[in-house]
Write a protein that binds this ligand. Structure first.
Ligand code: APR
Length: 240
C-alpha cells in the first residue's frame, strides 16, 4: 500500500535521470573529463552508421559496458528514488536516459528507459528483444528466430528516435512537478522536457553536481552529489 503523503499541491511527478545518478556507483558519465565520449567518439560507436561501418568496434564497446554495469551496485540516489516510487500515492514516472539497470535493482517500478537498455539485445531479423547479459561480439543466434549475427545492442543511438516519447509527454501533461537529476541537458529530446514543463506551468527542480546546460529553465536548482541531494529531496517529499 502506497503512503498518502503528498507535498502541498504536488500529486503527479515526472523525474528525469541521467548518467550523473549512476556516477557514484562507478559508471562513467559521458561528458565529464575522461568520460565515455572522451574515450570513444560518438560517431565511432553510437550511431547506426558506425555499426554498419565497424560492427566489431561497436559490439565490443557495448559488450564492455554491459559487463561493467553488472559489476557495480545501485547507490543511495537510486535507493531513495525507489523509496519515493514505493511510497508516493500520486502518479510518478521515472524517465531515465541511462541504459544501466541500477534503478530496477534499487526497486523502482514506475520506470521508463528512453535510450534503451544494456541488458537487452534486439534482433534486426525478427524485431524481438531479449534479456542479454553476455556478449554479442560472437554473433550469437536470436533465441526467437534462430538467425545468427542479427542481434544488436538495444540502445537508442544518435539519429534514432528515443523510446516511448508519447508516454513521457502524456505523463508530463499531467504532472505538477518535473525533477531533473544528474543530466547535462546536452541531448534532446530529454533536454527539452524542462521547457515543456515550464510552458505548462509545472514546478521544476534540478538536482545536479553543477548547473546543467538547461539550468536557467529550472525554478530551483540544487548542486552537489546525487547521493546527498536525492535522499534529502525524497525525505522532503515524504514529509520526513
Ligand atoms: N551527482 C550528480 N550529478 C553528477 C554527478 C554526481 N555524482 N556526477 C556527474 N554529474 C552530472 C554532471 O555534472 C553532468 O551534468 O551528471 C551530468 C552527466 O552528464 P552527461 O555525461 O552528459 O550524461 P547525460 O546527461 O546522461 O547524457 C545524456 O547523452 O550521450 C548521450 O545517450 C547518452 O543518455 C546519454 C545522453
Amino acid at each position: 500500500m502506497r503512503g498518502n503523503k503528498v507535498r502541498q499541491g504536488i500529486n503527479n511527478i515526472v523525474i528525469l535521470t541521467g548518467a550523473g545518478v549512476s556516477a557514484e556507483s562507478g559508471i562513467d558519465t559521458f561528458r565529464s573529463a575522461g568520460g565515455l565520449w572522451e574515450q570513444h567518439k560518438v560517431e565511432d560507436v553510437a550511431t547506426p552508421e558506425a555499426f554498419a561501418r565497424d560492427p566489431d568496434l561497436v559490439l565490443r564497446f557495448y559488450d564492455m559496458r554491459r559487463e561493467r554495469i553488472q559489476q557495480v551496485e545501485p547507490n543511495a540516489a537510486h535507493y531513495a528514488l525507489a523509496r519515493l516510487d514505493a511510497a508516493w500515492s500520486g502518479n510518478l514516472l521515472l524517465v531515465t536516459q541511462n541504459v544501466d539497470d541500477l534503478h530496477e535493482r534499487a526497486g523502482t517500478q514506475r520506470l521508463l528507459h528512453m535510450h534503451g537498455e544494456h541488458l537487452n539485445a534486439w534482433c534486426s531479423a525478427c524485431d524481438e528483444r531479449h534479456l542479454w547479459r553476455g556478449t554479442l561480439i560472437d554473433r550469437p543466434a536470436c533465441p526467437a528466430c534462430g538467425i545468427a549475427g542479427q542481434l544488436r545492442p538495444d540502445i537508442v543511438w544518435f539519429g534514432e528516435m528515443p523510446y516511448r516519447m508519447d508516454e513521457i509527454y502524456h505523463a508530463l501533461n499531467h504532472a505538477d512537478l518535473f525533477v531533473s537529476i544528474g543530466t547535462s541537458g546536452a541531448v534532446y529530446p530529454a533536454a527539452g522536457l524542462v521547457r515543456e514543463a515550464r510552458k505548462k506551468g509545472i514546478k521544476t527542480l534540478e538536482l545536479n553536481l553543477e548547473p546543467s546546460h538547461g539550468a536557467s529553465w529550472f525554478e530551483e536548482s540544487r548542486h552537489g552529489p546525487a547521493t546527498e541531494l536525492v535522499p534529502a529531496w525524497v525525505e522532503e517529499m515524504l514529509g520526513g
